[in-house]
Design a protein around this ligand. Sequence first.
Ligand code: 5GP
Length: 361
Amino acid sequence: EDWLSMPKVELHAHLNGSVRDSTLLELASVLGEKGVIVFSDVEHVIRKNDRSLTEVFRLFDLIHILTTDHKVITRITKEVIEDFASENVVYLELRTTPKNNASIGMSKRSYLGAVLEGIKAVTAVDVAFRPHSSDVGSQKNSSLVNHTCSGSARKKIYVRILLSIDRRETTEAAMETVKLALEMRDLGVVGIDLSGNPIVGEWVTFFPALQFAREQGLYVTLHCGEVPNPKEIQAMLDFQPQRIGHACCFEEEEWKTLKSLSIPVEICLTSNIRTNTIPSLDVHHFADLYNAKHPLVICTDDSGVFSTSLSNEYNLAAAAFGLGKRELFQLARNSIDFVFADDGVKRELKEIVNSAEKKLD
Ligand code: 5GP
């Protein structure tokens, strides 16, 4: 089946986890020559396929060394957007953790600046990223496919940014990220994510910043239940975020609460299997949630680190859970209800999915 051509929305993609292998290897070879790192060490980790959750976070520390400076952040942002667009992702929520790095003159603000530069640097497709400007589809006569004078169609992708709070951060650092998101709202930052190593940090540390984000009208999504931690899962569900990611280690009671609250779940199949969070697809909670008609969205998490793509994730879901084209179109269409964007954008996205589906007949 050709999931590549199907219009899709991606709602759970970490910038530094979505970098092409070829780019990471190129960056590693430059730093290897400078003597900053040992290239063969990096090559070994990058080419390795199965990683535990702990190893994944070690890999991120390594990737972050490779992507340290502003120019590289701009480059990977551009590439990641182009890669998603090339497989017909028509709406992308890209999340990333703003970083302070005094030694190279980087602040969280300048980091985000480099990300926004990357969005503007995209040339392969048209990018709509400012929620309140004329590039949004709610504006009359705009359509996701722009027809140029020559009659050739140019692809267009909506991009929204979520700022991640890393679980290693303090309350103050988390608050700084939320304030930055508020400052950059008009430039496409729409929400806050909580991520990072799930065995590090405590809910009480992040709660004030997340609460503030919500009071200010930012959307919030939380990595929830990647490890068994009933107290935290309960606290996160009580918070009632707009979405959660993963939900792998839930118990009976937690499923009940989740379902009664109808909080949409971002499902990352390959990621869960590669990190051994879920032993195999035939016991994955996707099936139960799908059958219960619980809101869910198929996502990649880290397409670079886990060598996957959104098309591949749809393919996996189709094969593992016996879903046909109609069902997956329906799933893609339903995902649109959970995007952190306004109704005009949602309407336009639904039209795109509908018209692609009509071509199936
Ligand atoms: P960045 O935010 O630096 O652009 O993307 C990489 C970061 O995303 C990682 O350092 C980590 O904090 C977060 N991340 C990526 N994948 C996962 C995941 O599967 N689980 C969690 N909890 N965090 C992740």
